[in-house]
Design a protein around this ligand. Structure first.
Ligand SMILES: [Zn+2]
Length: 187
């Protein structure tokens, strides 16, 4: 990044928060790096897990749990419900958080939060473009499939072995205010 995204002045290095960062001398903007948040959903129906096959690079042709990016102005639990529906046609409800994965590297540092969801309605359907296959698969079927993302395999086996996790915390009321989402141990 060379120019300020707020005022378009040229950014210059400045010591900020213990290390040198690009900053704007005119408006005070500091570039802290690029971060993103991803969400993935483990949706289990009668012992079978919902998988999608990627129609686009990277990893075109690979199977994984449905998911995508959380918008900057979107509650994270709504993001996973939306992505599961968009990619598979399955309406589902969030039960808990099974885990999270942090990764460094391009295009940004990323936190990927893995949720467990219960399917409510709908049958799997693929859009044929971004997604070229969708279905519920048993652990035995998944074990026999080539090209299944290892993180998805971990998440599915974790959900089947131990379906509990961090649940939505909404008490007291100031933890349930708009734009604020907390998952934690509920007991
Ligand atoms: Zn600026």
């Amino acid at each position: 990044m060379r120019f300020c995204p707020r005022c378009a002045s040229e950014l210059t290095p400045r010591l900020e928060g213990g290390r040198e960062r690009l900053a704007c001398a005119r408006c005070g903007y500091v570039f802290f790096g690029e971060f993103s948040i991803g969400v993935g959903g483990v949706v289990i129906r009668e012992g079978r897990a919902l998988l999608i096959r990627r129609g686009q690079e990277p990893r075109r042709g690979w199977w994984q749990i449905p998911g995508g990016y959380c918008e900057h102005d979107e509650p994270i639990d709504e993001a996973v419900v939306r992505e599961v529906y968009e990619e598979t046609g399955i309406r589902a409800r969030v039960e808990n958080v099974l885990g999270l994965r942090h990764s460094l590297g391009a295009p940004s540092a990323n936190v990927y939060v893995i949720f467990r969801l219960t399917p409510l309605e709908g049958e799997p359907r693929a859009d044929g473009d971004e997604i070229t296959g969708v279905g519920f698969f048993s652990p035995a079927e998944i074990a026999g499939m080539e090209k299944v993302q290892s993180l998805s395999k971990w998440a599915i086996s974790a959900a089947l072995a131990r379906p509990d996790g961090f649940e939505r915390v909404a008490e007291p009321a100031d933890l349930a205010r708009p734009g604020y989402t907390l998952f934690g141990l509920s007991r």
